[in-house]
Ligand binder design. Structure first.
Ligand SMILES: [Zn+2]
Length: 146
């Protein structure tokens, strides 16, 4: 569908929807178009705006609301999460932003089998789960000693 902005010779503007530009030309030639305000069939195209269905835009990472501050986490839970962090840091390799890449390599047998940790976007995590990679999201709290 194409949406045309139409204008009659009296200057009234209105929109018209057509299956394509040929349909507009055909209807205009046969004087089938008329101004809804004054009824004249002397109608021309003002400008054209193709109607394109676009996917809803993804909310950028930075536009998402910030996670609750650490202070809101009960102390016992915080301590437990700090132990998780410590456990991971002691036993796994920090691959930083390359987490998704490395996890996939290990999963496919291209990388040395080892425990890794790092950062990954939500999209990357979804992809890894689809690939059947075992991953776990860990709330990364500040260290107990830092
Ligand atoms: Zn008119």
């Amino acid at each position: 569908m194409i949406c045309y902005q139409l204008r009659c010779d009296a200057g009234h503007e209105f929109e018209g929807w057509f299956p394509g530009s040929a349909a507009f030309d055909d209807q205009a030639r046969r004087n089938l178009l008329s101004c809804p305000q004054c009824g004249t069939s002397d109608v021309v195209r003002a400008l054209m705006a193709p109607a394109v269905r676009t996917a809803p835009a993804r909310v950028p990472e930075t536009a998402r609301p910030a996670p609750p501050a650490g202070a809101a986490i009960p102390a016992a839970m915080m301590a437990a999460m700090q132990r998780v962090r410590q456990y991971v840091e002691e036993r796994c390799e920090n691959v930083g932003d390359k987490f998704a890449e490395e996890a996939l390599k290990i999963h496919q047998g291209d990388g040395e089998r080892r425990g890794i940790y790092g950062r990954a976007s939500e999209e990357d995590c979804d992809r890894l789960v689809e690939e059947g990679v075992e991953i776990m999201a860990i709330p990364w709290v500040p260290r107990a000693d830092g």
